[in-house]
Design a protein around this ligand. Structure first.
Ligand SMILES: [Zn+2]
Ligand SMILES: [Zn+2]
Length: 311
């Protein structure tokens, strides 16, 4: 989408997208880190705490939320004092493909590799691999450029209430963790999604995301600082500036697409309001994460990992 988007339609589609809802539920850095931990075998509260270096209260809240969403199931393993281990449920297991994409992204673009496995090995083929996003219909690897995106607001999906998102204030220069927070939090991913759908100007992004101008200013400055957007003067009107995707924000697309698909299939059982189509095969695009070596679809139980030294 390079032509000027229909901003009202885009606003409607984004606010009813499965992506927006999924990010609201799990789109903070800690929740994704906890899930990543769970996929690498962490189960006990204290182990999550040590591995992720997460404040105890935050950990306890996030685990509780994941249990309420039926993504983790607590199991008592010690009675006095009471201690629980957390196991992934089917719904939790199903988010594995999206989680793999955050792993891949962090390895390519992140500085903070704490708590991440250094290598993934596909037991099915026996090789170390990088995950790839492929088209379910034709099995070919796909990037953003291979798709056309159309908007069809789904009336069965709830409207985003538009309430202010409670995300921790991120300031540039808070170190590696804030960079991780910045890239993976809900606002950043929604701003990147708006850019993917054709928004290039400040006022366009502010309109479609219903974000206050001062907050959007801060967010855009931080995204530019982190290399996720570039900014340049508009060639048609030098007084305005355009915000453009960069290779690192384009590379967030597999995560965005797989998270959105997970929410469609496992939370809402409804198609999202954003409908991608694979240009090459002409089919509606359903993303799957496949092994870069043998091209089979990846399942959590078919993957082992090596945890090297934390960077
Ligand atoms: Zn295809
Ligand atoms: Zn393989």
């Amino acid at each position: 989408m390079t032509e000027t988007p229909d901003l009202d339609l885009l606003r409607e589609a984004l606010s009813t997208s499965t992506l927006s809802h999924a990010l609201k539920l799990i789109g903070d850095r800690w929740t994704m880190q906890i899930l990543m931990g769970a996929f690498t075998g962490v189960q006990r509260f204290d182990d999550f705490q040590t591995r992720l270096n997460i404040p105890r209260r935050t950990l306890s809240e996030r685990l509780k939320a994941l249990v309420q969403m039926d993504m983790l199931r607590p199991r008592l393993y010690q009675e006095r004092p009471e201690r629980y281990a957390y196991h992934l449920t089917r719904k939790g297991m199903a988010i594995y493909e999206a989680t793999l994409m955050t792993w891949d992204w962090e390895h390519r673009y992140g500085e903070n590799r704490l708590a991440l496995p250094t290598r993934l090995i596909h037991k099915t083929c026996g090789h170390a691999f990088l995950p790839q996003m492929t088209c379910e219909a034709c099995k070919e690897p796909v990037t953003l450029r291979d798709l056309t995106l159309s908007l069809k607001p789904n009336p069965h999906l709830p409207h985003d209430s538009g309430e202010p998102m409670r995300t921790p204030k991120v300031t540039v220069g808070d170190g590696a963790l804030s960079h991780l927070a910045l890239r993976m939090d809900r606002w950043s991913l929604m701003i990147v999604s708006a850019a993917i759908l054709g928004c290039r100007h400040f006022d366009q992004i502010a309109h479609v995301l219903r974000i206050s101008p001062p907050l959007l200013s801060r967010r855009l400055a931080a995204l530019v600082e982190a290399g996720l957007l570039s900014v340049e003067p508009d060639r048609e009107d030098r007084r305005r500036r355009v915000y453009l995707l960069t290779p690192s924000s384009r590379a967030l697309f597999p995560y965005i697409a797989l998270l959105s698909t997970w929410a469609s299939e496992h939370l809402f059982h409804e198609p999202s309001s954003i409908r991608p189509r694979h240009k090459a095969c002409g089919k509606a695009f359903v993303p799957r994460a496949t092994c870069g070596h043998c091209h089979q679809r990846l399942q959590a139980w078919d993957v082992t990992f090596e945890i090297g030294e934390a960077a």
